[in-house]
Structures are given as structure tokens and as C-alpha cells.
Design a protein around this ligand. Structure first.
Ligand code: BT5
Length: 260
């Protein structure tokens, strides 16, 4: 098994600052938990926290991220962007686009994104992004973006109703986690630089979303709705056209194909 150690990650990494400070674990509870605690203690922008296994990997809304040891990319990045809090979802967009491009260029697979935070391969979930913000007063102090990507994962290891897949599953053979990580860091850094220079990633993100323009079912803590996923706005919210014609702006939720 290819080792995810700092020397291997740095060997051939083309970024200027992203992922050049690395904290790597064989096993840890959650790389997001560690990255947040490091960010609170002043760790610099660009710090990469990575693990071969997570014992309490986190998804959104208290959900779990599962990945058998050594099969996946499980990492978190610390950013300190100069943006208003309401603009911080731009990071989820940038990181999703960077990972999508890395998969496309490195493997040739037509990776897509799905609102709000999924990475898809042929319509199935191959990865997810968890962005967590640290505020000081009302100011953004840091953001941690956690990325889980199923690389050499046998999907039989996951519950079948998750509709999951992996790069290995789609390619028919294993692929280098280090190579994918290096490419992802490079494309994320490029987009982050452009974002901080004033280029907003919304258009590119909207174009990469698999579900826009389609009829969907939206699930939130308040209930389930059907409608057309019309667009996304600059804060990353989904604009759902309900069947009664009303436009609903949603920040937190999941979308699935409509029920018959
Ligand atoms: C996500 O949450 O998709 C964000 C996942 C972020 C994981 C990374 S790993 C590194 C970093 N450290 C952490 O602790 N977390 C981040 P959400 O949209 O809530 O999706 C969670 C749901 O995806 C679960 O309830 C399952 O249904 C499904 N799921 C869990 N593990 C999966 C996997 N390996 N592949 C596909 N689906 C999975």
C-alpha cells in the first residue's frame, strides 16, 4: 500500500504554500477536529492534516464519514481568507472544483459535483466536503475544509443504500492517492489565489453541479419538498422552484431524485 507520509506528498508537489506544512496520522478521530484545534492555536494558512484512517470521521449535521484504513484520501486544509463570513462558502466551491479537476486530469474520469458538497462519479457519491468556520466576534478567523475521497475503496465495504462509488471502482484498477492529492492541492491553490484576487468561483461551480436544472426532492430538518433546482446564489444557497411557483432559498439540506 502506498504510504501517505509527508516526504511522499512533498515529492513532486507543485504548490507554493498549500499543503507544504503537513501533519500526518496513521489513525486519528477526525482530521477536521485536529485542524480546527491547530487553527485555534495559530497554525498558518495552508496547513494540511491528513490521516490513513479516521475513527470518528465527520460529515455534515452530525453524520459519519466512513472509510476503511488505507483506502481513501482523508484530509483537512486550514485557510484564513480575507472575506466576510457569508462569503466563506466560496471555499467549498473552490475545493470541490479543485478536486473535480484533479480527478478529471489525473484519471480521465468525468467527475461532477452535487449541491451542496458532494463529489460524484457517474452519479454516485465518491467524496464529500465539510467546511467548518472559526469566528472571532463576527469576523472570520479561520476556515477548515475537510475532504474525503474514496480512492481505492471497495464499495462493498459501505452500506449499499449510500449509492457510493470510488475511483478504483470506476477505473477498474487502483490509483495513486498521493498523485490525486498533489493535483488537488495545486488546483485548489490556483483557484484560491484567483478568489482572493476578486474572482468569484460561482459560475464555474454552478456549471459543475450535476443537479442544476433538474427536478429534485429536497430534504431538510424542516421537511421534504419537490421542485426544480433552478440555480445557486453567490453564498452557495440552492434556489429551488417549488411546484406552487415559489422560490425557496436553502442553505442546509440534501437533494435526491424526485420520488415517482
Ligand atoms: C460529507 O458529509 O459528505 C462531508 C464528508 C467530509 C469527510 C472528510 S474526511 C476528512 C475530514 N475529516 C472529517 O472528520 N471529515 C472530513 P454529508 O454530506 O453529511 O454526507 C455524509 C453521508 O455520506 C453519510 O451519512 C453517508 O450516507 C454518506 N457517506 C459516508 N461515508 C461515505 C463514503 N466513504 N462514501 C460515500 N458516501 C459516504
Amino acid at each position: 500500500m502506498e504510504e501517505l507520509v509527508p516526504e511522499a506528498i512533498l515529492d513532486g508537489l507543485c504548490t507554493d504554500w498549500l499543503g507544504r506544512r503537513i501533519v500526518a496520522f496513521e489513525a486519528i478521530d477526525s482530521t477536521n477536529r485536529v485542524a480546527k484545534s491547530m487553527a485555534q492555536q495559530g497554525a498558518p494558512e495552508g496547513t494540511l492534516v491528513i490521516a490513513d484512517e479516521q475513527t470518528a470521521g465527520r460529515g455534515r449535521l452530525g453524520r459519519r464519514w466512513l472509510a476503511p484504513r488505507g483506502t481513501s484520501l482523508l484530509f483537512s486544509l486550514i485557510f484564513r481568507p480575507a472575506v466576510e463570513v457569508r462569503r466563506a462558502q466560496g471555499l467549498t466551491m473552490i475545493c470541490g472544483l479543485g478536486v473535480r479537476q484533479a480527478i478529471r486530469i489525473a484519471t480521465g474520469l468525468p467527475a461532477q459535483l452535487k449541491w451542496p458538497n458532494d463529489i460524484l462519479l457517474r452519479g454516485r457519491k465518491a467524496g464529500g466536503i465539510l467546511t467548518e468556520l472559526g469566528l472571532q466576534a463576527a469576523r472570520l478567523d479561520y476556515a477548515v475544509v475537510g475532504i474525503g475521497l474514496n480512492v481505492n475503496l471497495d464499495v462493498a465495504a459501505l452500506p449499499s443504500d449510500w449509492n457510493a462509488t470510488s475511483i478504483q471502482q470506476e477505473l477498474g484498477h487502483a490509483f495513486s492517492r498521493v498523485r490525486l492529492l498533489q493535483e488537488a492541492l495545486l488546483y485548489i491553490e490556483e483557484r484560491y489565489r484567483a478568489w482572493q484576487a476578486g474572482e468569484w468561483p460561482l459560475k464555474e461551480w454552478a456549471a459543475a453541479l450535476d443537479t442544476l436544472g433538474q427536478r429534485v426532492q429536497l430534504h431538510t430538518a424542516d421537511g421534504t419538498w419537490q421542485g426544480v433546482a433552478e440555480n445557486v446564489d453567490e453564498e452557495g444557497a440552492l434556489l429551488l422552484r417549488l411546484d406552487n411557483g415559489q422560490l425557496q432559498r436553502v442553505f442546509v439540506g440534501d437533494i435526491t431524485p424526485p420520488s415517482a
